[in-house]
Write a protein that binds this ligand. Structure first.
Ligand code: FAD
Ligand code: UQ1
Length: 420
């Protein structure tokens, strides 16, 4: 039976980064990684791929180049967790034993929860999604081929990763259509299951102004339940209606953000809460029941917005706390919920939202990030991919917390100074 001191399940943004961190600490040969994909995706770039700003290939790197050099990569899926026996079963039926487990499986996209959606993706060139490696390739051609009519952007009735991404692509599309003489013919509609444009007031206020000034329409509490590609109709349920009333929209362009959940293997495991997310202490990231298990990234129930930026901040917390547990010492690091969402509002414009568990802004730069800025656009487009590939993947990026503290030295009142 194979046995690892540290076993990481899932090598996305969070998993790859912590696998490399612990390879530095305990030696690569003691680290095992279970990950089925040959390729690692930098998903935050897909907004810019769909918007025609970046090439898809720039979002991809060979998994073999990113994982710890001396580590063991099991190129397969985890299919069962047994936290009592400290084993994870692989698709081949191997039971891999661990001393410490880090769960980092991210989210699964549940297309089959929307009737007709898989067929629509396969048959209708006007239906696309930046959330998927395959369907993000349809977005930019669909934007360019749009000749007017209803352009609809959806937000599902489940937690999702990067809650800003469903609207970022709307802004990029609107910007393109405006600059290419198509804007008057376009009826741009954001149908969201939520009741607000963004969960943090400061940024919601800015976004509402953007939407209003550029004539986009928002319908709240509208959940996509069916797509009919033959007639180009999208059916939405009104979540406020006690009778489950539905509304049918004709579409000439449809960007879908699908319903999401943790992968079935995680949802069906003993590791999750009632909602199906890995049940961790939100401050330490240690599992609430099993002290040798930690969770990171989108798969956990830490109540913050699910982003790579959040996973980066969690990496440092997890590193400190798991090392303490391994040394039989008390855990000292506390996650504050830091997350970030670069809200691109046009080519050359971005509102860089950064905030904590309570929705308080935690801005890195000593300027008002609630404004649309060219600098933040370049930050997102040109700087973040470098930080991700060259720092985060190696385990050398724990988010911008230290820079925020430096740049705000002496500038904020004590209430804005982080406790640590
Ligand atoms: P992932 O990076 O998704 O990795 C999960 C890994 O687990 C995958 O490699 C998968 O193959 C593996 N896995 C799944 N099931 C199993 C299994 N059974 N066994 C073994 N391995 C498994 N974040 C930002 O910070 N800024 C942004 O601007 C931003 N924009 C985004 C735009 C889009 C369109 C999208 C889709 C995402 C965006 N994000 C953004 C979110 C960000 O990509 C995710 O939050 C981040 O990737 C989460 O990291 P993770 O490690 O939890 O999951
Ligand atoms: C970040 O740390 C991060 O993770 C690598 C992202 O994911 C791509 C982000 O989008 C952002 C904005 C951050 C935060 C970093 C800075 C420098 C503000």
């Amino acid at each position: 039976q194979r046995h690892f001191k540290i076993l990481v399940v899932g090598a996305g943004a969070g998993g790859c980064s912590v696998a490399n961190k612990f390879a530095h600490h305990v030696g690569g040969e003691k680290v095992g990684v279970i990950e089925p994909n040959d390729e690692h995706y930098y998903q935050p770039m897909w907004t810019l791929v769909g918007g025609g700003v970046k090439k898809l290939q720039d979002s991809v790197q060979k998994m073999s180049k990113l994982l710890p050099k001396k580590g063991t990569w099991m190129k397969t899926k985890a299919v069962a967790f047994d936290p009592e026996k400290c084993t994870v079963t692989t698709a081949e039926g191997e039971e891999v034993k661990y001393e410490y487990l880090i769960v980092a499986t991210g989210l699964q996209l549940n297309y089959n929860k929307v009737k007709g959606l898989p067929e629509a993706f396969d048959t209708d060139p006007t239906v696309c999604s930046n959330y998927d490696y395959n369907y993000v390739q349809k977005t930019w051609p669909a934007i360019q081929n749009f000749k007017g009519g209803n352009a609809i952007f959806t937000f599902p009735n489940t937690p999702i990763k990067c809650a800003g991404a469903p609207q970022k692509i709307m802004y990029l599309a609107e910007d393109w259509w405006r600059k290419n003489g198509m804007r008057e013919k376009a009826n741009i509609i954001f149908n969201s299951s939520l009741g607000v444009i963004f969960g943090v007031k400061k940024y919601a206020n800015s976004l509402n102004k953007v939407i209003e000034s550029r004539g986009m329409k928002i319908n709240y509490k509208r959940n996509l339940i069916e797509v009919r590609p033959e007639t180009r109709e999208a059916i939405f349920q009104n979540l406020d209606s006690p009778t489950g009333e539905t509304e049918t929209f004709k579409y000439e362009f449809l960007h879908v953000t699908p319903p999401m959940s943790t992968p079935d293997v995680v949802r069906d495991s003993p590791l999750v809460d009632a909602a199906g997310f890995v049940d961790v202490d939100k401050n330490t990231l240690q599992h609430k029941k099993y002290s040798n298990i930690f969770g990171i990234g989108d798969c956990t129930n830490a109540p913050t917005s699910k982003t790579a930026a959040a996973a980066a901040a969690q990496c440092g917390i997890l590193e400190t706390n798991l090392r303490a547990v391994m040394a039989n010492k008390p855990m000292t690091a506390q996650y504050d919920g830091y997350t970030s969402c670069p809200l691109i509002t046009a080519r050359g414009k971005c509102i860089l939202a950064e905030f904590d568990f309570d929705g308080n802004p935690l801005e890195t730069f000593p300027i008002n990030q609630g404004k649309e800025r060219m600098t933040m656009y370049h930050m997102k487009k040109d700087v973040m991919p470098q930080i991700y590939w060259h720092m985060m993947m190696n385990g050398h990026w724990n988010g911008p917390g230290v820079y925020r503290k430096l740049m705000h030295l002496g500038m904020d009142g004590p209430e804005k100074q982080p406790a640590s």
